[in-house]
Design a protein around this ligand. Structure first.
Ligand SMILES: [Zn+2]
Ligand SMILES: [Zn+2]
Ligand SMILES: [Zn+2]
Length: 164
């Protein structure tokens, strides 16, 4: 199993994560002929404001006052655009979104989500891909949502919550 990112320390250079994500988004949208408008770019930047999944409502709160009122449907459409173009993932159990660490590469997404700090790490595993494909094939099942969400405690939070 290859972790795309380990759980990052609080002191890592997160501006670099944001810059990288925005740079990749510009390149991917140009390649796919998709229009990364200023609003979509800003929503992506807000999704990347941390490594914890963020809800649409939180994004609207952060945008409040930034520009002449952004209507909720506009934010939802921007999130749909970003998800459709593989720049973010939707985490259904949390009803939230997270930036994709491998945008532009078609992939199934597996997430380790810490219930204490809220951070989520995406990982790839071809053996797991194959096992899921095999199980669904044998069951005659057509998978529609390929995001797997595993919840627990990250290495940094495990000691903190030992006595809770
Ligand atoms: Zn970061
Ligand atoms: Zn991804
Ligand atoms: Zn944690």
């Amino acid at each position: 199993m290859a972790l795309d990112d380990p759980f990052l320390s609080a002191s890592h250079d997160h501006d670099h994560c944001i810059e990288t994500a925005l740079g990749r988004a510009v390149a991917i949208c140009a390649h796919q002929g998709a229009r990364l408008t200023a609003l979509r770019r800003r929503v992506l930047e807000l999704v990347w404001s941390s490594h914890a999944p963020i809800g649409a409502y939180q994004i609207m709160e952060m945008m409040r006052g930034e520009r002449s009122r952004v209507a909720p449907p506009t934010v939802y459409r921007a999130l749909d655009f970003l998800a459709d173009n593989g720049l973010i993932h939707r985490l259904d159990t949390l009803n939230a979104f997270i930036g994709c660490s491998r945008p532009g590469v078609g992939h199934k997404a597996y997430f380790l989500i810490c219930r204490h700090c809220g951070n989520a790490v995406e990982f790839a595993d071809t053996a797991l891909d194959a096992a899921i494909a095999d199980a669904s094939h044998r069951a005659g099942f057509a998978i529609e949502v390929e995001t797997v969400e595993l919840r627990g405690l990250c290495a940094a939070c495990r000691p903190l919550s030992a006595n809770s």
